[in-house]
Design a binder for this molecule. Structure first.
Ligand code: SR1
Ligand code: MG
Length: 419
């Protein structure tokens, strides 16, 4: 019997048999039983399998039995999967679990249920979502999900607005700010997203045929650098709402008619526009991949989804604001419009930084890196760079879904002209 009273890395991709043994023992230790959040496992048929891994940071293993019970065990390792030399606090598993529990209350059914989390092993037991696909994989297959804009806009309005000062008691909100301060994880975002794509870094992953373009358009544009520096300080200092913090298509499970958001270990108090901008940017990456195979139907679905996300978020946010606002000063005439315009500015700005960092930074995304044809990959990268610059430099021009779609089409044409 392994000793789970001291931390050790239980999920080891280079040792599937040892992992299975440890994970089954651990799962029984944490969940065996018939009460709430316990599982009546059929021990004789239990198996534990490490699935294809997606995340850059943690380790996961799926446990199941022949009677239909199943669970995902997720564990934080000392070093990060993306780079063994990088570390981040083991406490990230607690943060993620607690945020998912909060989000489950605010947006019921839209996150995987957390059965338990364990601050000794830095591990949690999460609802098995294998009937869903990771959305990034589905995007690469060019699958379309008509419910997505409705679902994700609902998720964002509920999790963001309801954790902000316009709704929450300010003392309780500050307690959450304290609980979810994540210096290590924030440091990754502050460097990987909000600095290195502009000032350059050894660990940037620039596609060599695009190096001169990146040099000129990103590293060599002082006006852009100033706009991003303002966004960076906003991210660091504006504790507006409890964010997911890494809301890309690799952090979403999806199937026809269903959406669940997971992987919120970057969750922290920061500007709402960071989450909203991230999701829009990641739909642009899906569009990039569609363009590479001339899949017009998929590209148009991506663009109309972007448009709907922006417009539905706006409609639902403004309606809900009137229903739930508690702060008297937030009811003063004109404040709602001021507050919402700020969110929309941030959305455009952080959409731009996500477009840039995934194109040239350390953590690229497979929607673009799997494009084999060099010219088509250059088209994708350059349109991301052009669109991102427009979003960052002209934040106040992006208030409607149609304005985002027009900018993506403009950036596509402009990128085509360079090839
Ligand atoms: C070092 S971690 C790189 C990236 O992976 C995560 O998903 C976050 O997006 C982070 O920036
Ligand atoms: Mg992640």
């Amino acid at each position: 019997m392994s000793d789970f009273s001291k931390y050790f890395l239980m999920i080891r991709e280079d040792d599937p048999e040892g992992t299975a043994r440890d994970v089954i023992e651990y799962t029984l230790y944490k969940t065996k039983g018939t009460g709430e959040n316990q599982i009546d496992w059929d021990e004789a048929t239990m198996q534990a399998v490490i699935p294809g891994q997606h995340g850059n940071l943690n380790h996961v293993c799926r446990v199941f039995d022949a009677k239909g019970h199943s669970l995902y065990i997720k564990q934080a390792g000392d070093s990060l999967r993306i780079d063994e030399d990088m570390t981040a606090t083991l406490d990230r598993n607690r943060q993620e679990s607690e945020i998912l529990q909060i989000e489950e209350k605010l947006a019921p059914g839209m996150v995987p249920h957390i059965y338990f989390y364990d601050t000794v092993m830095s591990a949690s037991g999460m609802e098995d979502c294998t009937s869903y696909s990771v959305m990034r994989d589905a995007m690469i297959r060019h699958e379309m999900f008509p419910q997505f804009a409705e679902d994700i806009s609902e998720f964002m309005v509920n999790t963001l607005l309801l954790t902000s000062d316009v709704v929450m008691d300010h003392r309780e909100k500050k307690e959450l700010v304290r609980r979810f301060i994540t210096p290590d994880l924030d440091d990754i975002t502050e460097k990987l997203v909000l600095m290195e794509p502009y000032l350059g870094a050894e660990r940037n992953n620039v596609f060599p045929p695009n190096a001169a373009f990146v040099e000129q358009e990103l590293y060599g544009d002082p006006e852009l650098h100033l706009a991003v520096s303002k966004l960076k300080f906003k991210f660091m200092n504006d504790a507006q709402a409890l964010l997911h913090g890494d809301l890309h298509t690799g952090s979403i499970f999806i199937k026809q008619g269903g959406t669940k958001v997971f992987d919120c270990e970057f969750g922290t108090y920061a500007p709402m526009g960071y989450d909203i901008g991230n999701i829009i940017a990641n739909m642009i990456f899906a569009y990039d991949n569609g363009l590479s195979t001339d899949d017009t139907e998929f590209c148009e679905w991506c663009l109309s989804t972007i448009s709907q996300i922006v417009d539905l978020f706006t409609e639902k946010f403004l309606k809900k604001y009137d229903e739930v606002v508690t702060e008297p000063m937030a009811k003063v005439k004109g404040f709602k419009e001021y507050y919402f315009n700020g969110i929309m500015d941030d959305t455009a700005g952080f959409c731009g930084t996500e477009l840039h960092r995934r194109t040239v930074g350390m953590a690229n995304n497979i929607d673009v890196t799997t494009i084999q044809d060099e010219k088509k990959r250059l088209l994708a990268e350059r349109l991301n760079i052009y669109a991102g610059k427009e979003f960052i430099k002209n934040q106040a021009s992006f208030r409607t879904g149609a304005q985002y779609v027009d900018a993506v089409r403009r950036a596509t044409r402009k990128a085509e002209e360079t090839l």
